[in-house]
Write a protein that binds this ligand. Structure first.
Ligand code: ZN
Length: 251
């Protein structure tokens, strides 16, 4: 399954930024979109999807080119990540909404509903629902595969702008979108750090590899868990099992 992911606009696209924060700085929409797309890329790969980026360059890539690239790559699904705006000054418009070409396309609607509801669950923001773009959004009209455009909060809302700037929020959104994609395609979502991998261990001065998992807690602390068999065998034990209980004896 190939997923095309799109970071919405270029960094220099006119408008498409927050109003000025109290320190005079602004956040450009693409800073958010790009970061989420990058996390989403890793999330989807970890969950076994193949991924193409519609606009990996730093320069502005036209919407038509983004669509063309996704079509040429024969992507199975298309996700465009955005941050919303209401007017150009600070105001209290808020929440998350997803856009699709037409609600009559049941498959597209189902995927969008799953993504929208996972993003709401993960972020706790107001649910503005699924909206139909009709012909107004070329990126949804001209993509040949099912497509969704997710507006992940308002740049013009002070609280949401602060979230949109934070790395933790960007990661949450990426994770939620990936969970929605997994639900739609019937793939069991894999939490980060739950796959067995080769873990390097320096054992009595010698570098060895053991199979295990890296468990990462919410503060980002990593715990290396290696399998008993690998650890025992490499430290001179023989391993057998009594039911599920490992028995270690000197080899
Ligand atoms: Zn946008």
């Amino acid at each position: 399954m190939k997923i095309a992911i799109d970071d919405g606009h270029g960094m220099e696209t006119a408008g498409k930024r927050t109003p000025a924060f109290s320190d005079g700085s602004v956040m450009r929409e693409n800073e958010f979109n790009r970061a989420v797309v990058s996390y989403l890329h890793d999330e989807l790969i970890r969950n076994g999807f193949s991924v193409m980026l519609t606009a990996p360059e730093d320069t502005d890539i036209s919407l038509a080119t983004r669509v063309q690239r996704a079509n040429d790559a024969h992507a199975d699904y298309f996700i465009s990540v955005h941050a919303n705006a209401f007017g150009s000054g600070w105001n209290d418009a808020s929440g998350v909404e997803s856009w699709i070409y037409s609600k009559k396309d049941k498959d597209t609607l189902d995927a969008a509903q799953k993504i929208q509801s996972e993003v709401i669950k993960e972020t706790g923001l107001k649910d503005r629902g699924i909206k139909e773009s009709g012909n107004s959004l070329g990126i949804l009209r001209d993509t040949k595969m099912s497509a969704v455009l997710v507006e992940c909060g308002f740049m013009t809302n002070p609280q949401e702008a602060a979230l949109l700037k934070s790395d933790a929020y960007r990661k949450k959104v990426a994770k939620a979108i990936c969970r929605g994609v997994c639900l739609h395609f019937g793939v069991k979502y894999q939490e980060e750090g739950n796959q067995m991998e080769k873990i390097k261990v320096i054992l009595l001065g010698k570098e060895v590899e053991m199979m295990g998992v890296k468990v990462i807690d919410e503060n980002g602390n990593v715990t290396n868990c290696v399998t008993i068999r690998d650890f025992a065998e490499q430290t001179g034990y023989k391993v057998s099992f009594k039911g599920a209980t490992p028995i270690l004896e000197r080899a």
